[in-house]
Design a protein around this ligand. Structure first.
Ligand SMILES: *Cc1c(COP(=O)(O)O)cnc(C)c1O
Length: 399
């Protein structure tokens, strides 16, 4: 076993060697511009792009012409939400989203509020799930978009996507979902689930960073969005700019691997995640699970350690890469908006660690991590006067 151990697969993943191999020729002999129609260099690059596009389409049960390549889920989320707000402004200006969304949706909504949109942010229960009745009640005459993530990046909770899609169809509202954490882990069918717009990023599924997709429904209903970038008119005018051919090829390969291996991989990863969870709960007292044990992605484990500061715990676990929340929140002093939303106090939110199991983790690593977490938690608690006094009081009460 090699140290350090990487268990932060919600933040990013190691690029699969098969993906690297697929990409390499597109940096060298196949370097053409996919938009060059006049010569072979262009055709070869275009062929790489179109093969990748059809892999993505097939995986989502979509059509190739519904796949738009972007720089990642952040851009896809921006394009989806802003694109609908602009394109449907004759119809209305009301958007429904949720308090536990990724910042690349929340901050776009905040910015749209400044320019005249109204946004309703659905609350979540203690497991991080929205309430469908609350969603139905939030729908108005002027609602143009519902944007709810598929799986949460901190606590792994899955939202009732199919039911949300159904509600949106009944009311003639566009439904966007940020599926960045669900892709490759949960089977996704955009038709069956009534998804109209879907965002994903390659680097969360063992592909390269800086490349992603926005799926845009072309029929039943045809969704029209306005572009953010203007220029050469690539990607059906929705995303101008020379295509990043090597990364697109890598994304396609990463998706193709997911398509072929999703079943065995999900089994393997949930086995490792469950093992880690069981070991931690068996050996460490006073811990709690954030999110729901059933309705969550198979690789997520977010645990609170009573009386332990997450930063101190991570310092003690230097040879293990984990996270105290979203890698995207730069200011660590702020408690996670997701953990606050499920009802944790600031203190409790600062006691939580997110473990993200991935394709390249082994059982040996999981055993090691469980042991080390136990050791460091005990050390930290033994020097925490607050924790000791509280536990002694609790013991007295229980006697
Ligand atoms: C990582 C992530 C994003 C952002 O992806 P980028 O590749 O950084 O643009 C958006 N949403 C969710 C749920 C994520 O996990």
């Amino acid at each position: 076993m090699k140290l350090p151990i990487y268990l932060d697969n919600h933040a990013t993943t190691q690029v699969d060697p098969r993906v690297v191999e697929a990409m390499l020729p597109y940096f060298s002999e196949k370097f053409g511009n996919a938009a060059s129609r006049q010569h072979k260099f262009g055709w070869v690059a275009e062929e790489g792009v179109e093969t990748a596009r059809s892999f993505v389409a097939k995986f989502l049960n979509a059509e190739p012409n519904e796949i738009i390549f972007t720089s990642g889920a952040t851009e896809s989320n921006n394009l989806a939400v802003k694109g609908v707000a602009e394109s449907y402004k004759q119809k209305g200006n009301h958007i429904i989203s949720c308090v536990t969304e990724h910042h690349s949706v929340l901050d776009v909504c905040k910015s749209l509020e400044k320019s005249g949109c109204e946004v309703s942010y659905l609350r979540v229960d203690k497991y991080g799930r929205i309430n469908l009745e609350e969603l139905a009640n939030a729908i108005r005459q002027n609602t143009i978009l519902v944007s709810i993530m598929f799986a949460n990046n901190e606590i792994g909770t899955l939202q009732p996507i199919e039911e949300i899609g159904k509600l949106c169809v009944e009311h003639g509202i566009v439904f966007h979902t940020d599926a960045t954490q669900a892709i490759g882990k949960i089977p996704i069918d955009v038709l069956k689930m009534d998804i109209h717009l879907l965002s994903l990023s390659a680097h969360k599924i063992y592909g390269p960073k800086g490349i992603g997709v926005l799926y845009v429904r072309k029929k039943n209903p045809r969704v029209s969005i306005s572009p953010i970038l203007h220029g050469g008119g690539q990607e059906k005018n929705l995303r101008s700019g020379t295509l990043n051919v090597p990364s697109i090829v890598g994304l396609g390969k990463a998706i193709d691997i997911c398509a072929n291996e999703i079943k065995i991989e999900t089994e393997r990863i949930s086995f490792l995640r469950n093992l880690l969870q069981r070991k931690i709960f068996e050996t460490i007292p006073n811990v709690w699970l954030n999110g729901e044990s059933e309705n969550r992605i198979p690789n997520n484990l977010n645990i609170g350690f009573d009386g332990v500061d997450a930063e101190a715990l991570m310092m003690g676990l230097k040879e293990i890469a984990v996270s105290s929340g979203s890698a995207c929140s730069t200011s660590q002093a702020m408690p996670s908006h997701v953990l606050k939303a499920i009802g944790l106090s600031s203190d409790e939110a600062h006691s939580c660690i997110r473990f993200g199991v991935g394709r390249f983790n082994t059982e040996e690593e999981i055993e090691y991590v469980a042991k080390r977490v136990g050791v460091v938690v005990e050390q930290l608690r033994s020097i925490s006067p607050k924790y000791k006094v509280r536990k002694q009081k609790e013991e007295l009460v229980s006697i």
